[in-house]
Design a binder for this molecule. Structure first.
Ligand code: BEZ
Length: 211
């Protein structure tokens, strides 16, 4: 059964490159991004893990823990980490789950048999401190993910969780936002004392709150 936005993510214990973790406890009060890799020693994944490690300070700044997953044992992940550092010029600096029995991949529906019986697809789960799914992305094995987009999505989700705003098409941090439809104009006057621009009664633009 696929995990959907709003579902509580399954808890599990697993071995990782940084020792065993109990997932919900590991998340704690942080946000988390869990992302799967089809297999160790594969080219696209090697580039992704280098880039995710390079961006780790950006995830840290947002209070987000990142964790990868691949269906190989931890000693294989550690040997692969040496290649990642050598080829990407960046050491792996976050845990990668060793899911050789595919326990977690199955729980999170990361293996799509019509794509491959053995490899995971490239799943991304953005998880809130309440352990609920806030967003998911699914890419095929052949397409590397855009980690700048994952950060942008985290920024949008965190804004929405803090303020009653949504983010428009192609939004980037610092740009104008949209007052969510559930907020009446009366309520908006209190929440957004600086006012807003109403292009339509349902399309109310405000500067990004908290900027
Ligand atoms: C890769 O990570 O490069 C990859 C993995 C499986 C299939 C295709 C590409």
């Amino acid at each position: 059964m696929a995990l959907r936005i709003g579902d509580t993510v399954p808890d599990f214990t697993a071995e990782t490159t940084e020792g065993p973790i109990s997932f919900h406890e590991w998340i704690g009060d942080s946000w988390a991004v869990l992302f799967s890799h089809p297999k160790d020693f594969t080219p696209v994944c090697t580039t992704e893990l280098g880039e995710a490690s390079r961006l780790k300070p950006e995830f840290d700044r947002r209070g987000v823990k990142i964790v990868g997953l691949s269906v190989d044992p931890a000693d294989s992940h550690r040997r692969w980490a040496a290649d990642i550092e050598e080829t990407q010029g960046q050491a792996l600096n976050f845990p990668v789950i060793a899911d050789s029995d595919r326990k977690v991949s199955d729980m999170y529906d990361m293996i799509h048999p019509n794509a491959s019986d053995t490899f995971t697809v490239r799943s991304v789960f953005i998880i809130g401190p309440d352990k609920k799914v806030k967003a998911t992305l699914t890419y095929p094995a052949s397409a590397g993910r855009n980690f700048d987009e994952i950060l942008r999505l985290v920024d949008s989700l965190q804004l929405t969780s803090q303020y009653s705003v949504a983010t428009p098409v192609n939004w980037k941090p610092g740009e104008d936002c949209i007052i969510v439809p559930a907020v009446t104009d009366e309520q908006a006057k209190e929440k957004f004392p600086g006012g807003w621009k109403a292009l339509k009664p349902y399309l109310r633009i405000v500067p990004q709150p908290g900027k």
